[in-house]
Design a protein around this ligand. Structure first.
Ligand SMILES: Nc1nc2c(c(=O)[nH]1)N[C@H]1C(S)=C(S)[C@@H](COP(=O)(O)OP(=O)(O)OC[C@H]3O[C@@H](n4cnc5c(=O)[nH]c(N)nc54)[C@H](O)[C@@H]3O)O[C@H]1N2
Ligand SMILES: Nc1nc2c(c(=O)[nH]1)N[C@H]1C(S)=C(S)[C@@H](COP(=O)(O)OP(=O)(O)OC[C@H]3O[C@@H](n4cnc5c(=O)[nH]c(N)nc54)[C@H](O)[C@@H]3O)O[C@H]1N2
Ligand SMILES: [Mo]
Length: 798
């Protein structure tokens, strides 16, 4: 159905996050996917010890789970995977790939689960069934004929620790560090910034921090859609009187109010929990300025207190030496928990940090009017946030994509560490940094060696264990792989899950390069655009999903993953596999590895027969992190990964936690000074998981029946001469050389700061030039792109 035949309604949603709206949405998708009753019972084991771990987001799995430890979107993701729909050989016999290229993403995936290994047949332009051994044989021959530098091995963040470990080992024995992954487009800014700032490659928060905190700074993450189970932790915190201080471009419903669908009392009485106690709607890319404002207020208050102390000592002339700033002293004194001498934790700063002086100087030097202009917040708002921060003994920093996917993504993350360090809010109960991760095992894949950076993988250990010489060169990250596909350096692309072509920037040019690949191999559960566009030789290899029983030589197997709070969990599939022809991901990786590499020291078959042996190998490679891995696999609440920063041990070059002063407040975006340029942020609807589009209802934002929209402030709509509901085209407005266009978007008048606009990912990905990424982390700047509007001749969806 196109939006021409789908009724489109756009009107504000009055309900809370959760509540009956959520219950209705789950029921609808379970019915639509024809999930058998047994499947719905499965949900009661989701995210529980000995159950299966949700295939949606990576949020923590508590040791004492709720009776139903799943959310609306987790239930949707489960229904989507255990659907009774099938994209079987009969389906592929009916459709050429050229025809499927014209289908929208939703319709491709909606065909259901893939059932058989297939190879693209050039004559009929169709995928036709092949045997697994034919597939592995030809893939192995092709890979052997290529230089490993020409091969890219992508991973999407869902694959288990076991599969990921095997996959990176295969890549390295083959001779390639080209291991781009979805994390390169996601939390890579955290992976670069956190080690610089605090010597940890991931966030330091754990679940008990939510129980011990006084205040949560909740920055740039859409909890109600992207990690709804985290709302339970926020709700419990709010019930204890914890302050939630939110910084977001939009007023996201989940951050405003919530009715817990699993609380009969709330559901029946309609009682809502107000989530944010302070809500600051920042400009797109305005976070460094906003947080500098908060830091400036804290430092100014601290300076004023110090000065007022000195001022009591009279000078020779009998007048106070430094009268201080009376208003600031009063402001500082208003912070009840302050010891009346300091606003900052100077003991912590002295003992544990480096770089404070330079940072404080920078904060003092910024003028309020500049901070106000860039952040979009008033001085009083930044002072208020500072007061709430200083009154709280333990503050958590929780954040998501609205910080990382920016030209200044790394500096954004450095900045929240700076704020935390001012009052020792790292490495104490109730404080800490919480990077809310996306895919359910995206964090874990890095932990077991999926990385293009050789310095982050235990190469010597791998070499010793498996007797081979690993490549030491730096491999390609996602944007570099995109470049290599465009310029022909990449000849083969192996994909362990994901939908690379839709997720990356610069869609048009990359698709053209992709068609020239010698080999494309896709390991997947459902059909997507990265499968219907293909290289000269193309394989589509269907795998088991995590929810399915994975039967191997020694019996049904378990796999494992790492959550956002760096805890490892086992997961056991429960559902009947979608087809008897499916292989597990470890079996597919082993099949390709054996066919490509011939004899190696890796016992691939034994590993596939018993995944406990893969876990033993992971433990041998990382003895500290994975101590007693198999024994602890199903520990309730998971087992924690050791993180020195949690104990205030700083594994940085300085041996201290570092204040890192951003070099600017805002990136240089555009050569154009014209006022018709808006700053585009792309984000998710409540009815999608990344490029998987479940449906066309973004309930919380009140948009139903279409995704072809652009959210704009009503004053900008009027100023630019457009009308609400009008159909427009968007054009990239960086410079003359990088003009890109997306056509047929409906203008939606929306509460978004002036000068900014918003649209859905992945529909607007063609607008993003490849070079438009953070130079340090190479994360695409999906949350900040200058664009222009023009009147369209198109109807949406055309
Ligand atoms: N249901 C569902 N769950 C998911 C996913 C999904 O697609 N659907 N995807 C998974 C993945 S891989 C990830 S990475 C996470 C993503 O989860 P999020 O981190 O929530 O990602 P986004 O939806 O892209 O939106 C981020 C938020 O940033 C805000 N924002 C945008 N620009 C700025 C800015 O400059 N400053 C500030 N302060 N805010 C800004 C937006 O308004 C939005 O609320 O969710 C995971 N979970
Ligand atoms: N403009 C814009 N672009 C973005 C973003 C944004 O906010 N804005 N966000 C970025 C982010 S945070 C991310 S993480 C990436 C996501 O990029 P990817 O991870 O590459 O994309 P997904 O949409 O998660 O992949 C969906 C596909 O995964 C396959 N799949 C599902 N389950 C399994 C499984 O168990 N095994 C296997 N082998 N395959 C499976 C299915 O075939 C499905 O079609 O997109 C990025 N792109
Ligand atoms: Mo992500």
């Amino acid at each position: 159905m196109t939006s021409k035949t789908r009724p489109v309604t756009i009107k504000p949603y009055a309900g809370p996050a959760g509540g009956w709206g959520s219950a209705k949405s789950v029921t609808a998708i379970i019915a639509r996917e024809h999930v058998p009753f047994k499947g719905t019972r499965l949900l009661s084991t989701q995210n529980k010890p000995e159950g299966y771990m949700c295939v949606s987001c990576a949020w923590a799995k508590p040791s004492q789970p709720h009776p139903l430890e799943f959310c609306e979107n987790g239930a949707k993701a489960t229904a989507w995977e255990i659907t009774s729909r099938r994209a079987d050989p009969a389906f592929f016999a009916k459709h050429t790939l050229s025809e499927l290229e014209l289908w929208p993403d939703h319709d491709l995936e909606e065909q259901g689960r893939l059932t058989q290994p297939m190879r693209w047949d050039q004559i009929s332009d169709k995928y036709v069934p092949v045997t697994w051994s034919e597939a592995f044989g030809e893939i192995g021959r092709e890979l052997r004929a290529l230089d490993p530098h020409q091969v890219d091995l992508y991973t999407s963040g869902r694959a288990s620790l076991e599969t990921s470990y095997m996959y990176q080992l295969f890549a390295r024995i083959y001779g390639s560090n080209n291991l781009p992954d979805s994390s390169n487009m996601c939390h890579e800014s955290s992976s670069v910034a956190l080690p610089e700032s605090i010597g940890a490659s991931v966030g330091t928060a754990i679940l008990s921090d939510f129980e011990n905190t006084d205040c949560i700074f909740y920055i740039a993450q859409n909890v109600g859609t992207s990690s709804p189970r985290l709302l339970h932790d926020l709700q419990d915190a709010v019930d204890r009187g914890v302050k939630i201080v939110t910084f977001n471009l939009l007023r996201e419903r989940g951050l405003e109010r919530f009715v817990n669908p699993q609380s009969p009392v709330q559901m029946l009485t309609g009682k809502e929990t107000k989530i944010s106690s302070e809500y600051y709607q920042v400009n797109n890319g305005g976070d460094i300025a906003a947080l500098f404002g908060v830091c400036k207020a804290l430092i100014a208050a601290d300076d004023a207190l110090k000065a007022s102390g000195k001022s009591r000592v009279a000078g020779k002339d009998g007048k106070p030496k430094d009268p201080g700033n009376a208003a600031m002293v009063a402001f500082a004194a208003s912070m009840a928990s302050v010891d009346k001498k300091h606003v900052l934790d100077h003991d912590f700063i002295k003992e544990h940090t480096a770089g404070y002086k330079e940072f404080a100087q920078a904060a003092r030097a910024y003028q309020w009017d500049e901070l106000e202009r860039v952040s979009g917040l008033g001085r009083d708002q930044m002072m208020q946030a500072a007061a709430t921060y200083a009154k709280s003994d333990a503050v958590m920093m929780v954040y998501g994509m609205g910080l990382t996917q920016h030209l200044m993504g790394v500096q954004n993350v450095n900045m929240i560490c700076n704020l935390a360090l001012l009052r020792g809010n790292i490495g104490k109960p109730g404080a800490n940094i919480c990077a809310v991760r996306g895919h359910s095992n995206v964090q874990g894949q890095r932990t077991v060696g999926i990385t293009e950076k050789p310095g982050l993988a235990p190469l010597d250990k791998l070499s010793e264990l498996y007797e081979f010489e690993p490549p030491r060169w730096t491999g390609r990250s996602t944007v570099e792989t995109c470049g290599a596909i465009m310029n022909g350096q990449s000849r083969a692309f192996i994909s362990l899950g994901g939908n690379f072509l839709k997720a990356v920037p610069e869609t048009g040019a990359i698709e053209e390069g992709w068609r020239k690949l010698r080999l494309s191999v896709q390991i997947a559960t459902k059909l997507n655009r990265s499968h219907v566009l293909h290289g000269e030789i193309a394989y589509l290899l269907p795998c088991l999903g995590r929810i399915e029983v994975d039967q191997q030589a020694t019996g049904p197997q378990a796999v494992s993953m790492e959550s956002s709070i760096a805890h490892f969990h086992g997961s056991r599939g429960k559902a009947k596999p979608a087809s008897p022809e499916l292989l597990s991901e470890p079996a597919i990786v082993a099949g390709i590895a054996k066919a490509t590499l011939g004899e190696t020291k890796v016992p691939w078959d034994a590993w596939v027969g018993d995944y406990a042996e893969i876990r033993d190998a992971i433990e041998r490679t990382y003895p500290e992190t994975f101590k007693d891995f198999n024994k602890r696999l199903f520990k309730p609440g998971g087992f924690a990964r050791p993180l020195p920063a949690r104990e205030r041990k700083w594994v940085t070059q300085s041996g201290k936690a570092n204040f890192i002063t951003p070099d600017r407040l805002f990136p240089e975006l555009s050569t154009s000074q014209s006022t018709d340029v808006l700053h585009l942020a792309t984000f998710r609807s409540n009815d999608q998981f990344n490029t998987t589009i479940y449906g066309y209802s973004d309930r919380f934002r009140g948009v139903n029946g279409t995704r072809q929209v652009v959210f704009i402030n009503p004053e900008d709509i009027a100023r630019l001469g457009f009308a609400d509901g009008e159909i427009v085209d968007l054009t990239t407005a960086i410079d003359e050389a990088t003009v890109r266009k997306v056509t047929g978007l409906r203008v939606v008048s929306y509460n978004i700061p002036k000068g900014c606009c918003g649209a859905y990912f992945p529909e607007t990905n063609p607008l993003f030039p490849l070079a438009h990424h953070d130079p340090k982390s190479k994360t695409p700047s999906y949350k900040l792109l200058p664009v222009r509007l023009s009147r369209s001749i198109l109807h949406p969806d055309e």
